[in-house]
Design a protein around this ligand. Structure first.
Ligand code: FAD
Length: 494
């Protein structure tokens, strides 16, 4: 009889793990507390509008392709996506508008034209971040980091000989300031710190490699929207025999000393040979293993930022806006001081507007647009009163009005809000952090919880709160690491 694996949670990490485990011959059951899969990668459909509720930026699509291929299907047939010509349209408070073209040469020329930045500065920077990514991705993203075997592996040795290239001593901001003359270009590249919920004025310059993904590799968008990543992969998992159980909250993980027994759901004991948790790891320990101490690393590690999102149905079109748009704050440094030191939102926030129906026409009724309007926000520590959230809304609308010269409120025909409290309620992420821990320190990579329990050998972890971190590609990578571990165990047992 097949060995049994239970997966807790159907976020992108859990879904990816289900495909891997099924491929390894396990009978896989995924238990999900919500009524549908996806976790943070989810959608709202209302009044003819469709909104992706969480992720909107899609990089490394080949990782999704690989899962589809692993499941025995061809990605080309069932999951189509386009490369965006314009990665993002940036609006600055002095009226400057900048298109971050995907094509490197076009991007460098645009930076030279709009910001008066020598093209060579941009080209050298993009070459350097590519080198950083190529040098370290295997070690930092696709392998179980901080394990002796990894550090001694080919990937580990490669990094050890060129460790200076990782630029760990400067902050992202300091490196960017040394790289560009234009303050606006510094701000633009600093923004990549937010891609894993970090503060670019603190996070090591190693993270500048995030820009490589969008600017050298490209930003993509699925033809049927971000949620189609979930529906496609869940369909493939089901075709492989994976069973999904919705509205089923796992209450406990059952262990006997160091031996894994299974899980408890609604007072029922369900045995398993493997349990893989895709749940936020802090809440996993607090709620599912309350007798075990919260690992020290989880107490020390600063949480990533969260977000406040307004899903707005808009009854007109804005031809000047693109799929991804940023309305920058004037004082970016102060905005991050508010987010990470004062733990409050900023009164003149950087506003991100994502409009999927610029690419997927059916996401809004004709003549309308589906606006996903997001600002970065600190995790919930009790500061989000109704009054605070109402002030945030007013500040966000004020910013949109002033930068786009519009009265946006008069065009809103549908509105829903997501915030750190609702993110925690819906997905069990501690404080509503959207990327688990931040990378605000050089030690962050070492502090991140590993993909395997230190004592209970059949208990594994995937998803954004464990190694290698948050974001769709990294969550998919976490499932690959767990699969590799289990495959090695199977080989050892033979
Ligand atoms: P999660 O999405 O955290 O899901 C965990 C699942 O486990 C949930 O479905 C939850 O209901 C379930 N669960 C929890 N506890 C239990 C239990 N006890 N029993 C059963 N089920 C349980 N990433 C990008 O790549 N690009 C972006 O542009 C981007 N933007 C983002 C914007 C926002 C607003 C948010 C919220 C996130 C964004 N992210 C982005 C981050 C990305 O969404 C996450 O890193 C990723 O989706 C997390 O996946 P996960 O596998 O960790 O699972």
């Amino acid at each position: 009889m097949n060995k049994k694996a239970i997966i807790i949670g159907s976020g992108i990490g859990g879904i990816s793990a289900s495909i891997h485990l099924s491929k390894l011959g396990y009978q896989v059951d995924v238990y999900e507390q919500a009524e549908k899969p996806g976790g943070k990668l989810n959608e709202i459909r209302e009044g003819g509008f469709r909104f992706d509720t969480g992720p909107s930026l899609f990089t490394l699509p080949n990782l999704v392709d690989n899962l589809i291929e692993l499941s025995g299907s061809s990605s080309k047939d069932i999951f189509k996506y386009d490369k965006l010509e314009n990665v993002c349209r940036y609006y600055f408070t002095d009226g400057t508008v900048f298109n971050a073209w995907s094509d490197t040469e076009k991007f460098a020329s645009e930076a030279s034209r709009v910001f008066n930045e020598p093209k060579s500065n941009v080209e050298n920077y993009l070459t350097r971040v590519k080198e950083m990514y190529d040098l370290s991705a295997d070690l930092f993203i696709f392998k179980p980091f901080a394990r002796f075997s990894t550090l001694r592996s080919k990937a580990g040795k490669k990094v050890a000989t060129k460790i200076h290239k990782l630029d760990m001593l400067l902050s992202m901001h300091k490196r960017n300031k040394r790289s560009f003359r234009s303050k606006k270009l510094v701000q633009l590249f600093n923004r990549y710190g937010t891609y894993n919920g970090s503060n670019p004025y603190k996070a090591p310059a190693t993270l500048n490699m995030i820009a490589h993904l969008e600017h050298n590799d490209g930003a993509f968008f699925p033809e049927k929207g971000m949620y189609s990543i979930v529906t496609t992969l869940v369909d493939r998992a089901k075709a492989m025999g994976v069973k999904f159980h919705f509205n089923k909250k796992v209450d406990r993980v059952l262990v006997d000393g160091k031996k894994l027994i299974g899980v408890e759901i609604d007072h029922e004991k369900i045995e398993a040979d493997k349990v893989i948790s895709d749940m936020d790891v802090t809440n996993f320990y607090k709620h599912l293993m309350p007798k075990k101490k919260l690992p020290l690393r989880l107490k020390i590690m600063e949480k990533s930022s969260s977000a406040i999102i307004f899903y707005l149905g808009i009854n007109r079109t804005f031809p000047d806006l693109d799929v991804h748009n940023i309305l920058f704050a004037d004082n970016y440094k102060e905005e991050f001081d508010y987010l990470f030191k004062r733990k409050r939102t900023y009164h003149d926030p950087t506003v991100y507007i994502f409009i999927s129906n610029k690419s997927t026409k059916t996401d809004a009724p004709s003549g309308c647009e589906n606006w996903f309007v997001m600002i970065n926000a600190p995790v919930n520590i009790g500061q989000y009163t109704e009054e605070v959230l109402s002030d945030v809304r007013a500040n966000v609308l004020k910013k949109i009005n002033s930068m786009l010269n519009v009265d946006i409120e008069s065009h809103i025909v549908f509105e829903e809000m997501g915030n750190p409290i609702t993110i925690e309620e819906k997905t069990s992420s501690a404080g509503g952090a959207i990327y688990g821990g931040s990378s605000n320190s050089r030690l962050s990579a070492f502090l991140r919880h590993p993909n395997k329990h230190s004592k209970i050998k059949d208990l594994h972890f995937v998803g954004g709160s464990v190694h290698p971190g948050g974001g769709i590609p990294l969550c998919i990578a976490s499932a690959g690491i767990v699969a590799e571990d289990i495959k090695n165990e199977i080989i050892d047992q033979q």
